[in-house]
Design a protein around this ligand. Sequence first.
Ligand SMILES: [Zn+2]
Length: 289
Amino acid sequence: MRAAVLALCLVWPLGARATELDARLESNLLPPGSVAVCRVRGLAPQGLVLAGLHQEAGFYFSPADQCLVALLAVPLDTRPGPRSLTLAWPGHSQALALNVGPDPYPRRRIRVEGLQRRLEHAETRGEAGLMKEAFDSDLDSPPLWHGRMAWPITFTPTVTSPYGAARVYNRGEAGWRHQGVDLRAPDGSTILAAADGVVLLARHHLALSGNTVLLDHGYGLVSAYFHLSRLAVSPGQKVAKGQVLGLSGHSGLSAGPHLHFELRLRGYSVSPTPWMQGQAADPPAAYPN
Ligand SMILES: [Zn+2]
């Protein structure tokens, strides 16, 4: 699959031997949970990749910007401070400086009945492995999304628990970071695809996420929809932005009806909100085949 993305670097085959590319990050100061966007203008060599933050990504051509673009997640557990990303191509490399800003997310104590039992149930059934395998399954295919994403509900979103919140359950015996946003959604609300994609997983009765849909948007970007009451799609099915995926509910580990919505880039969760505002990654308006 890597070849599919890297082949696009042939759009501008390297004529002369370039030693310095016209490359820049959209922003040099990014908080954990955001997306590093690198644009390369002018001639670009074959085999160009962007590496750093425990990831490596190929470039795709963005017709809207007339340049090559690569995206990396800034993982939620990244400590603040200077980092270096590397543009690499055969025989060369070029450093790009990045500063990771402080963690802006709140800490919350919430009580969830039956947490321990559900965690053990999920572990027994290998659900963490199932999700990880899905999130990491298609890192190098071309992007399928077009333009900004849409919140996956039919009414104005109300965030009941924000992305990145450090959660302490019950008396603090178990805690982790919230990897998505919780949106208010009464039982039976219609849940929609946030962007064009392919159904990666549609499963009932997972111990933590309940009835679950994952969509593959290409280029290692996956959206996740948890705690549904009904599923309306099947694995492998192509879906368009706004298409019905199912109905909301409170299946799995959930204190009440809501939608947990999550975006993963190259396996790392990122804050969904900037993607809804069209800021996170300036997704391609079109994609040349
Ligand atoms: Zn949640």
